[in-house]
Design a protein around this ligand. Structure first.
Ligand SMILES: [Zn+2]
Length: 81
């Protein structure tokens, strides 16, 4: 389990934004269009059916999509600009 966690963190860190949420801004909002789950990103079916927002980090420029439905969030993988 520990080895799996370390591997996940190492791979994920290459593109991940480590800045706090206060640095993040929603720059686009669209209707829900599908799951953001990947091999590295867990699905959260409770967050499906609402809106999909694009979040950008003002500190480092990374972006990601998030499915939001009420208080439920499914956060996609970060992408570097
Ligand atoms: Zn950032």
């Amino acid at each position: 389990m520990q080895t799996t966690t370390q591997t996940f963190a190492t791979v994920y860190a290459t593109n991940a934004c480590r800045h706090a949420a206060r640095h993040h801004s929603v720059i686009a909002e669209r209707p829900f269009a599908g799951s953001l789950a990947t091999r590295k990103v867990a699905a959260n079916p409770m967050a499906h059916g609402g809106v999909t927002v694009t979040v950008a980090c003002r500190a480092c420029g990374a972006t990601r999509q998030e499915n939001r439905n009420g208080r439920h969030v499914e956060a996609g993988a970060w992408h570097r600009a």
